[in-house]
Design a protein around this ligand. Structure first.
Ligand code: URA
Length: 232
């Protein structure tokens, strides 16, 4: 692992700030000054300002996000954040975003590389949303959602869409653009009145009430790694 990634994972600093510490000569690896391209392994001793950096275990948490909570680390309007809801050590941060009024499955982790892959549409972590909408989408609207909708940031990728009942639609996406579900449904004439993410990369909310969270099992972490694998 690159030295800056090691320092970031250990919670010492962001990667960029870690690069500054390295350039300033404040980081040593086995007693020698670290360089920007230094790679560190399990046996290396890394010190910052002479103090040993202790490795943090990787952590994975699934939160049932309630409405009214923001997915950013800090909110200028002072609303509660998901990070405050999950007082977990080591600190975990959300993968991607849900709007403040959206409820449902949100993964938090300190595994930066996995988070990056899961959030990348190319690797295709599947997300299932249940939307309550104005009106009642017909087959034509559902077909448009499946085929792709022309949004101002480009056409959406093929998706799965089905009607669950009057004014209720399930959408399964691999992309995660800002307000994507709301924009797609608005574009077919059915603005969203309520949005819930029921499944994230195969993880469901079974047994978790809104506001509750739990650690993932080792098997679920494996499942996530598979979901985040690049396409063949
Ligand atoms: N799409 C949206 O519009 N909002 C969300 O919170 C998630 C997906």
């Amino acid at each position: 692992m690159r030295l800056n990634a090691f320092l970031a994972r250990a919670g010492v600093a962001s990667r960029r700030r870690a690069d500054e510490l390295i350039k300033a000569g404040r980081v040593t690896v086995n007693g020698k000054p670290g360089q920007l391209n230094t790679v560190v392994g399990a046996r290396d001793r890394v010190e910052v300002d002479g103090k040993e950096v202790v490795r943090q275990p990787l952590a994975y948490v699934l939160l049932h996000k309630p409405a009214g909570v923001v997915t950013t680390a800090r909110d200028p309007q002072g609303r509660p954040t998901v990070v405050q809801l999950v007082p977990y050590e080591p600190r975990v941060v959300p993968v991607g975003r849900l709007d403040a009024d959206t409820t449902g499955a949100l993964l938090l982790t300190n595994d930066g590389p996995l988070a990056h892959r899961l959030a990348h549409p190319r690797y295709g972590a599947e997300k299932t949303y249940v939307a309550e909408v104005e009106g009642d989408p017909d087959e034509k609207a559902l077909a448009a959602l499946r085929d792709g909708i022309e949004l101002d940031d480009g056409r959406t990728a093929p998706a799965r869409a089905r009607r669950l009942g009057r004014g209720r639609v399930e959408l399964v996406l691999h992309e995660g653009r800002t307000h994507q579900v709301k924009r797609m449904l608005e574009a077919v004439g059915h603005p969203v009145t309520r949005l819930h993410r029921s499944v994230y990369a195969g993880l469901t909310l079974d047994g978790l009430a809104a506001g509750e969270w739990r650690k993932l099992t080792a098997r679920e972490v494996e499942q996530l790694r598979t979901a985040a694998r690049p396409p063949a």
